[in-house]
Design a protein around this ligand. Structure first.
Ligand code: NAD
Length: 317
C-alpha cells in the first residue's frame, strides 16, 4: 500500500503520518509538502529516517510533481491547504490558489492514474455558522470567511469529480482540532504559549463564539477509519462532541496555567466571525467511530506537550 499524504509537515498531517507509520509499519508513506510558514520538518523528525517514509518538497498546484508522486500510489489524503482564517481575511489569494487550484491538480492526477481512493480533508467551517441544532452532511455549504470559502470550493470540486468521473473519493469535514504540533497562531497553542511566556491572551469580541473541539489524535484515527470503512462518494462529519465558548476555553487554560482573568486582553472581534459551529456526527458514529479522548484530559495533555517542547514553538513565535 502506498499512500500519498499532502501537507504532511503541518499540524494534522504530521500527526496523521505518525499515526499511520506506527499502526501500519508496512505501508509506504510519501509526504508532499511545499513547506510554507506552517510546514515544519521538525514535526516529523522522529519518523523521517523510517525506511517506509519519504518526503518530497513540492506544491500541490504543480502538475509535474503531483503526477510524479501520485502515479503509482493507491491512496491520496489531501491535507495541504492554507488554513488560518485571519490570514485569509488579510490576503485571500493564496488560499484560492492552494485550496482550490491545488485540489483541482490533485483530482486531475487521481483521475488520470485511476487511484483507488482519494480523501479530501475538508472542514466544518464550510457550513458556516449555526445558532441552534447541528449541521448534517446533506446541509448546504454557506462559508463566511475566505478560508472557509476556498475549502468549500475544493469540497465542491471533489463532489463534482465523484459525480462526473466516478472518482472514488471521500470527504471528511472535521471540527476544530487541537493537540501537539499546532502552529502557535491558532487559538489553543497561541493562548498556552502566551501564558507560558507570561503574556496576555487576545480574546476576540465577547468571547461567546462556540466551537466543537476535536483532539487531533481522534481526528487522525477517524480519517484512518474512513479510509478503511468510508463509502466511496460519501461525506463524513467528524466532531469531538465538546462544544464550548471561547471565553470558557480561555478560563480553562488560565486555570490550568495558574493565571487569572487579568491575563485576558479583549480585542476587536474578527471580521465575519462565525458564532457557532456544530456538527451532527451520527453518520460516522453509526459506521462505528466515536472520539476516544475526553476533552479536558486531552487539553491537559496538550498543555503538557507545549510545556515540554518550548524549543519547538519558541522558534515559530
Ligand atoms: P497547517 O496549516 O498546520 O498545515 C498545512 C500544511 O500544508 C503545511 O505543512 C504546509 O506547508 C502545507 N501546504 C500549504 N500549501 C501547500 C501547497 N501549495 N502545496 C503543498 N503543501 C502545502 O494545517 P492543519 O491545521 O494541519 O490542517 C490540515 C488540513 O485540515 C487543512 O486542509 C485544513 O483545512 C483541514 N482542517 C483543519 C482543521 C483544524 O482545526 N486545524 C479543522 C478542520 C479541517
Amino acid at each position: 500500500m502506498k499512500i500519498v499524504v499532502t501537507g504532511g509537515l503541518g499540524f494534522i498531517g504530521s500527526n496523521f503520518i505518525r499515526h499511520m507509520i506506527k499502526k501500519y509499519p508496512n505501508y509506504r508513506i510519501v509526504n508532499l509538502d511545499k513547506i510554507t510558514y506552517a510546514g515544519n520538518p521538525e514535526n516529523l523528525r522522529d519518523v523521517e529516517k523510517n525506511k517506509n517514509y519519504k518526503f518530497v518538497k513540492g506544491d500541490i498546484c504543480d502538475k509535474k510533481i503531483v503526477e510524479r508522486v501520485i502515479k503509482d500510489c493507491d491512496i491520496v489524503v489531501n491535507f495541504a491547504a492554507e488554513t488560518h482564517v485571519d490570514r485569509s481575511i488579510v490576503d485571500a489569494g493564496v488560499f484560492v490558489k492552494t485550496d482550490i487550484l491545488g485540489t483541482y491538480t490533485l483530482l486531475e492526477a487521481a483521475k488520470k492514474f485511476k487511484i483507488k481512493k482519494y480523501i479530501q480533508i475538508s472542514t466544518d467551517e464550510g457550513y458556516g455558522s449555526i445558532e441552534k441544532g447541528s449541521f448534517k452532511e446533506t446541509d448546504n455549504l454557506r462559508p463566511n470567511s475566505p478560508y472557509a470559502a476556498s475549502k468549500a470550493g475544493a469540497d465542491m470540486l471533489v463532489r463534482s469529480y465523484i459525480v462526473t468521473y466516478k472518482l472514488p473519493a471521500v470527504i471528511t469535514r472535521s471540527s476544530n482540532n487541537f493537540g501537539p504540533y499546532q502552529y502557535p497562531e491558532k487559538v489553543i497553542p497561541l493562548f498556552i504559549t502566551n501564558l507560558l511566556e507570561g503574556k496576555k491572551v487576545p480574546l476576540y469580541g465577547d468571547g461567546l463564539n462556540v466551537r466543537d473541539w476535536l483532539y487531533v489524535i481522534d481526528n487522525c484515527e477517524a480519517i484512518d477509519f474512513i479510509m478503511r470503512n468510508g463509502e466511496e462518494g460519501e461525506i463524513y462529519n467528524i466532531g469531538g462532541g465538546k462544544e464550548i465558548s471561547n471565553i470558557e476555553l480561555t478560563k480553562m487554560l488560565l486555570k490550568e496555567l495558574g493565571k487569572d482573568e487579568r491575563f485576558i486582553e479583549h480585542v476587536k472581534d474578527r471580521l465575519g466571525h462565525d458564532r457557532r459551529y456544530s456538527l451532527d456526527c451520527s453518520k460516522i458514529n453509526k459506521l462505528g467511530w466515536k472520539p476516544r479522548f475526553e476533552f479536558h484530559k486531552a487539553l491537559k495533555e496538550t498543555i503538557k506537550w507545549y510545556k515540554e517542547n518550548e524549543l519547538w514553538w519558541k522558534k515559530l513565535k
